[in-house]
Design a protein around this ligand. Structure first.
Ligand code: PNS
Length: 163
């Protein structure tokens, strides 16, 4: 049984994330998407909301599940017996930090990191840019799955008009 984790903040999940998750799901028997619980970082969605959006967007794969974690990713990997992390690389600018994390995770626990080159269709895409564009009324319908679009527009509307 080959298992891998796709970790991230997913605030919210984008088509870029889903592209990597879907390709990982073809290479591994089981893929677990792990949402980081980071109480120090301000997020637009709660972890439960992010898990729900990811669950809906990955349901059709059959071998993808969604979980959350706090603390070190390698501790979660050890607890769940997952030997590999799959990450997407969008550009050279991602590489320095990702390389550092991959080497640290390997030195801490022997966990391997596999990098996948992002589909060029999504190489410009990030959750933060999606939020920024949507905040100012830009169309992001092609950049996030259906499960994230309505919650995103609703949450931004609530923030604009808290009543
Ligand atoms: O979507 P993001 O925010 O770019 O994902 C980053 C994430 C969650 C993969 C990374 O920050 C992480 O693994 N955090 C967990 C804490 C940890 O293990 N830190 C040591 C990394 S070497």
């Amino acid at each position: 049984m080959r298992r891998a984790v796709c970790p991230g903040s997913f605030d919210p999940v984008t088509q870029g994330h889903l592209d990597i998750i879907g390709r990982a799901a073809r290479l591994y028997d089981e893929v677990i998407v792990a949402v980081l619980i980071n109480k120090t970082k301000q997020s637009l969605f709660t972890v439960a909301e992010r898990i729900e959006m990811l669950g809906e967007a990955t349901a059709h794969y059959g071998n993808v599940t969604v979980d959350s974690f706090h603390g070190l990713l390698v501790d979660w990997c050890r607890e769940h017996d997952v030997p590999a992390i799959v990450k997407g690389l969008r550009a050279v600018s991602d590489f320095d930090y990702e390389l550092q994390m991959a080497q640290m995770n390997h030195s801490l626990a022997g966990v391997e990191t596999l990098f996948m080159t992002t589909n060029p269709l999504y190489s410009f895409l990030s959750s933060s840019l999606v939020k920024e564009v949507a905040t100012y009324g830009g169309d992001v319908a092609h950049l996030v799955p259906e499960s994230a679009l309505a919650p995103l527009l609703r949450r931004l509307e609530e923030r604009r008009d808290p009543s």
